[in-house]
Design a binder for this molecule. Structure first.
Ligand code: NAD
Length: 510
């Protein structure tokens, strides 16, 4: 047993390109089968401070002097390096999170690589633009998008690689340096990313990954004057504390938070397509995606037919070891999350909901792994906790409506506003309805597809600010306006004359 353990890789933190083992060694147990497969290092405030200091020096040194073009060249190189190792990334991501290997290999890792390439070639973002001031003829202006400096980034455990890419790559594109704090449950692919960032030739200090407890990172990033902005993704509750901590120090924070997204099926939807989309919307990654479509809003005229189709599709889901390419159901990443799902469903049932369908996984998944059966709950009271609060698991609540306006009303009743879906054969009608929904992303006859060109973020309790797209890049900059006075301006005397009267001819000649 000891020799087995000795073979297990021990990951340090990546502080300015150096692997740093200060801190506590922690066992990394895979949720897919309960086995130890790596050790991580949980650092403390001192290591985080060191990373912030070095990020600050890098920003005020070599990294801060790189051009946008040079940064993009490095990003392309990084994408190539990760592409070559994509199988290793996929295996590690699946071992660490319990998501199916198919999902890691076909979605999380290739999408992350594509997003790195996107920022290497996109040409909407510029570091400056020239303007004219119509009020002041002859003058000119330069509006610069100046980096925020050091970005302190904090991410959750559900999409460790993608989330690290979304935090680090746009921040680097905009010229910032980054200190990323991954979830202590799933730090491994973020650490691999930092290793490859170094290999690609980014200067040391431009990116560090420090796996440390959340409250330590929250406090330090909010209070440390060398951190220019905090970029947080996680639960609404923790996000609020990050925003408060940052605001106390008059520091900008962006927040990508939780959701309770409605997936709306209109009576003219293609039932088969919509049922596939609703299933994909809630059971991908076992519902552990912030935008998961956890509220099914189905038109009462097609409810029965729709649910029958959904159940038919769910029967085809294959439980198994997520490392097999034949498995469709992901594990639950943490024990705490599994218990939360169990508790919320139990309380929902006590509150009157009933299980309409539950896909049995018992005996078909590794016995020491963490799993929860894909579940559909009907009879859900729209005012109950289970209808309103995020479960973050493979649980779909069924609600019904009988008109578009009622669907919109139920959809918008939520205090969250992260995402939504609308299913209809009439794309024009669905797109119009999409424009009535209070959410940062609305899919029409689709779900979950994320593009690096599109800003993502939330309305209401789902967040502040945007990530990805041009809007996401702009969040990571601050604006400087340089006003250049006219070479020979007759206006000078008029303006300065607001304070002093013009000189007389005699005064001028003295
Ligand atoms: P969480 O809020 O518990 O933790 C997120 C991160 O914050 C972790 O790295 C954690 O260590 C850290 N943290 C904990 N306490 C902190 C504190 N006091 N100050 C600063 N950081 C602290 O969330 P989770 O359980 O890891 O992830 C699930 C949640 O994340 C869900 O609510 C989900 O909706 C949300 N999420 C949102 C998005 C999005 O883009 N909107 C994406 C993925 C997940």
């Amino acid at each position: 047993m000891e020799s087995e353990k000795a073979k297990v890789r021990h990951y340090g933190n990546l502080i300015a390109g150096e692997e740093d083992f200060h801190g506590t060694r922690k066992e990394v147990i895979s949720p897919l089968d309960g086995n130890l497969f790596a050790y991580s290092t949980v650092a403390g405030r001192e290591e985080l401070r060191k990373a912030i200091d070095l990020a600050y020096d890098s920003y005020h040194g070599k990294w801060g002097r790189t051009s946008l073009q040079e940064r993009k060249r490095l990003l392309l190189k990084l994408a190539e390096i990760i592409q070559e190792r994509s199988d290793q990334y996929s295996t590690l991501e699946t071992m660490n999170t319990g998501k199916t290997l198919r999902q890691s290999m076909l979605m999380d890792i290739p999408l992350g690589i594509e997003h790195i390439r996107y920022f290497a070639v996109e040409n909407e973002f510029g570091t400056s633009r020239n303007i004219e001031h119509p009020e002041y003829p002859g003058s000119s202006g330069i509006v610069q998008n100046v980096p925020m400096g050091v970005i302190g980034a904090i991410v959750p455990w559900n999409l460790p690689f993608l989330m690290a890419v979304w935090k680090v790559i746009p921040a680097l594109t905009a010229g910032n340096s980054v200190v990323l704090k991954p979830s202590t449950h799933t730090p491994l692919t973020a650490l691999e990313l930092a290793i490859d960032i170094r290999r690609a030739g980014f200067p040391d200090g431009s990116v560090s990954v420090v796996n440390c407890p959340g409250p330590v990172a929250g406090k330090e990033m909010a209070e440390n004057r060398k951190v220019g902005m905090v970029s947080f993704t996680g639960s609404t509750e923790v996000g609020r504390s990050v925003a408060v901590g940052s605001a106390k120090n008059l520091k900008k924070s962006t927040l990508e938070l939780g959701g309770k997204s409605p997936n709306i099926v209109l009576e003219d939807a293609d039932v088969r397509q919509a049922a596939s989309g609703v299933m994909f919307g809630i059971y991908l990654n076992s519902g552990q995606l912030c935008e998961s479509g956890s509220r099914l809003l189905v038109h009462s005229a097609i409810k029965e037919k729709f649910l029958a189709e959904l159940m038919k599709l769910m029967k085809r889901l294959r439980p198994g070891n997520p490392m097999s390419m034949e498995t469709d159901i992901s594990a639950i990443t943490t024990l705490g999350q599994k218990r939360k799902i169990e508790m919320m469903v139990r309380e929902g049932i006590q509150g009157g909901a009933s299980v309409f369908y539950r896909k049995d996984v018992d005996g078909q998944v590794p016995s020491k792994g963490l799993y929860y059966p894909p579940t559909v709950l009907s009879g859900v009271d729209p005012e109950s906790e289970i209808a309103k609060e995020e479960i973050f698991g493979p649980v779909l609540s069924v609600l019904e409506f009988s008109s578009d306006s009622e669907a919109i009303e139920i959809a918008n009743r939520s205090e969250y506003g992260l995402a939504a879906g609308v299913w209809s054969r009439n794309r024009e009608r669905a797109t119009k309805l999409a424009g009535e929904i209070e959410a940062g992303t609305v899919w029409v006859n689709q779900y979950h597809l994320l593009s690096a060109a599109a800003p993502r973020g939330g309305f209401k309790r789902s967040g502040l600010g945007r990530e990805l797209g041009l809007e996401g890049l702009m969040e990571l900059t601050q604006t400087r306006h340089i006003f250049v006075g006219a070479e020979d301006s007759e206006m000078d005397e008029v303006e300065f004359g607001l304070l002093l009267p013009p000189e007389s001819g005699d005064e001028k000649s003295q």
